[in-house]
Design a protein around this ligand. Structure first.
Ligand SMILES: [Mg+2]
Length: 395
């Protein structure tokens, strides 16, 4: 059996735990220090109950509730807490996977008392961090993740062979991870409204209406295997062959020419980070992942330098693109040459059309998604990693 642990209103709960004055109160976590001019990146359950949700402008939130408590997001604190919780869960001795900043999965094998294990984990998280988690238990990752949403917040739900049909018949298909705003109306068009209706469809049928994603969905719903931590053999990673997909771009890149040359390594790295951020964001928008990262630098000493690294792990994570670009620089021994222009390009692209849980275990995933949601709604640059501010100061 798989346990899917999902922290409840994670960022907001951490803030309430750190500052007891916020306990039991409607609270929002904002991305910027100006409480009337920021975006809600997390809301406590008390705020959610009033209709406040992440992605909303703080102005809107304050209109709903003028007495709202407000704090500025501190990513470091959330990542730290997430890592501590992961360590705690790993302490149970089962194979454990980091799914996102506030989600973890545990393969408890054929343990006979999964409910008890889940309760223990939940209680221990609460005792140590004063925040709550919801846990779903099922025969595979996809169903366990679904189950974690059924008794939220602060609850455990278990899907067994006995209750599966009965429970799934009440859950809309869109609750299933991977069934997004594009897939849902498609399913409804074919008369599939509930998770049960989806569950009961044969693989061939799902493939005929959803393509490869349909097959993955079928596999995700029905597999009884423990999760596979080796992404090399994961069904999602085999991926689509780029040549078979029409209209797939060959590469996605961004470049920038400085007003004048720079040797400042901090400045150069900050720019690589920003360009990687832009490339990663475009990859994610187009639901693509990239195997090859290409770095181009131009300067009086190095002329046109360009090199690439190819990884067997595809990514659309901006930070990972940045890391790979730095690797190229380090490998070529580029210390402090004068740089006048640079570009970061992602190549060997492939479609990223699988449920999240099939992909490599990506850290920062929650943060990336939250950032993209906010940037979608409030324009590029509403939120960006702190290091990028450096490029602004020196521009
Ligand atoms: Mg959560």
């Amino acid at each position: 059996m798989i346990l899917h642990i999902d922290m409840d209103a994670f960022f907001a709960s951490i803030e309430q735990a750190v500052n007891p004055r916020f306990k039991g109160k409607p609270l929002i976590v904002g991305t910027r220090n100006n409480k009337f001019y920021t975006v809600v990146c997390a809301a406590s359950y008390e705020a959610k109950r009033l209709g406040i949700s992440s992605g909303m402008s703080s102005k809107e939130a304050f209109q709903i509730c003028p007495d709202l408590e407000f704090v500025v997001a501190e990513q470091g604190k959330y990542i730290w807490t997430s890592e501590q919780i992961l360590e705690l869960v790993k302490g149970y001795g089962f194979e454990t996977a980091y799914i996102s900043i506030d989600e973890f999965q545990v393969d408890i094998g054929s343990e006979t008392e999964p409910h008890k294990i889940a309760e223990n984990i939940r209680k221990q998280i609460y005792a140590n961090f004063n925040i709550t988690a919801s846990i779903g238990i099922a025969k595979n990752c996809l169903l366990a993740k679904l189950a974690s949403k059924l008794n939220k917040p602060n609850g455990v739900a278990i899907l067994t062979d006995e209750n599966l049909t009965q429970i799934l018949s009440h859950v809309p298909a869109k609750k299933l991870s991977g069934v997004g705003p594009k897939t849902e109306p498609l399913l409804v068009g074919f008369g599939i409204n509930t998770c049960l209706e989806l569950y009961q469809k044969p693989a061939e049928y799902l493939e005929s209406i959803l393509g490869k994603f349909g097959l993955n969905l079928y596999e995700g719903l029905h597999c009884e295997e423990s999760f596979n931590l080796n992404p090399g053999t994961d069904p999602g990673i085999q991926g689509s062959v780029p040549g078979l997909v029409p209209d797939l771009p060959k590469s996605i890149g961004h470049s920038y020419t400085f007003p004048r040359g720079s040797r400042n390594p901090q400045f150069i790295r900050a720019w690589i980070r920003l360009l990687s951020e832009m490339v990663g964001r475009r990859l994610r928008e187009q639901k693509l992942v990239s195997f090859t990262t290409h770095l181009w630098l131009n300067g009086p000493e190095i002329g046109n330098f360009s090199a690439q690294v190819t990884s067997d792990q595809a990514t659309n994570d901006s930070y990972e693109l940045y890391r790979r670009s730095l690797k190229i620089m380090a490998k070529k021994g580029l210390k402090t040459p004068e740089i006048r222009a640079m570009g970061v390009t992602a190549g060997s692209l492939s479609l990223d059309s699988y449920p999240v849980l099939f992909l490599e275990q990506k850290r920062r995933e929650g943060l990336i998604k939250a950032m993209d949601r906010i940037n979608d709604r409030f324009g590029e640059d509403s939120i960006y990693p702190a290091v990028i501010t450096f490029t602004r100061k020196l521009k």
